[in-house]
Design a protein around this ligand. Structure first.
Ligand SMILES: C[S@@+](CC[C@H](N)C(=O)[O-])C[C@H]1O[C@@H](n2cnc3c(N)ncnc32)[C@H](O)[C@@H]1O
Length: 202
């Protein structure tokens, strides 16, 4: 592993640094936050699952409602429990120990590009099980940097540990197997490019 990749790994391992550095690269997540505000219900009656919530950087948006964050990384969940409101569970996103139809909406931000296709199918199938009828998933996932001039964006993707950064068509194909894409958008968050899709699984 090169020096830069080692540095990125070290930063990723530390919850506070992870949020801080991504916040700089992504302009304080302004575009991501505004997409979440637009597409999801932040009101008191909303039951929200944040799958692959990391250290809980977006939990504050859902403070008014019933929010559960799930992540495989116990260190991130420990940090989220200490610093955010909501319930946090260490779990694989493919098998969450919660009842069927427990949630009205699910946020997935930056999880699926860490997973191969068969595991993405497993996560989306778990979303179907956990969502109440009429529920929706907002999925925001990394895509290859759109502009050739975005050298830092290309570099970050070379070294970050998401091995499955897909073009939009590949995400579309996987989502079509799980439900219907109601709305979609290619968006920029600081130097990072994303494909955001609202998926209805019922
Ligand atoms: C790029 S981070 C995004 C975290 C958070 N959504 C955010 O934007 O701050 C990806 C997260 O996915 C988690 N993750 C990876 N594979 C997972 C799995 N199978 N189940 C649950 N979480 C997983 C990692 O631990 C990491 O926190």
């Amino acid at each position: 592993m090169g020096l830069f990749a080692t540095l990125v790994q070290k930063i990723s391992d530390h919850p506070v640094l992870f949020i801080f550095v991504r916040g700089i690269l992504e302009n304080d997540f302004r575009a991501i936050r505004s997409t979440i505000r637009r597409e999801l219900d932040l009101g008191p009656s909303a039951r929200t699952l944040d799958l692959g919530c990391g250290p809980g950087a977006f939990a504050d948006l859902f403070e008014a409602g019933d929010y559960v964050g799930v992540d495989l990384n116990a260190r991130y969940i420990d940090h989220a429990r200490r610093t955010r409101k909501g319930a946090f569970i260490v779990s694989d996103a493919k098998h969450v120990d919660l009842p069927d139809a427990r949630f009205d909406q699910i946020l997935i931000f930056g999880l699926l590009h860490h997973l191969p296709d068969d595991e993405v199918r497993g996560v989306l199938s778990e979303c179907r099980r956990l969502l109440a009828h009429g529920g929706r998933v907002l999925v925001i996932e990394d895509i290859p940097a759109v502009s050739r001039m975005n050298l830092i964006g290309h570099l970050i993707h070379q070294v970050e540990n998401g091995e499955f950064i897909r073009p939009v068509e590949d995400y579309r194909r996987l989502y079509a197997e799980a439900g219907r894409v109601e709305r979609e958008l290619v968006m920029q968050s600081g130097i990072c490019d994303y494909y955001a899709a609202v998926l209805v699984t019922a």
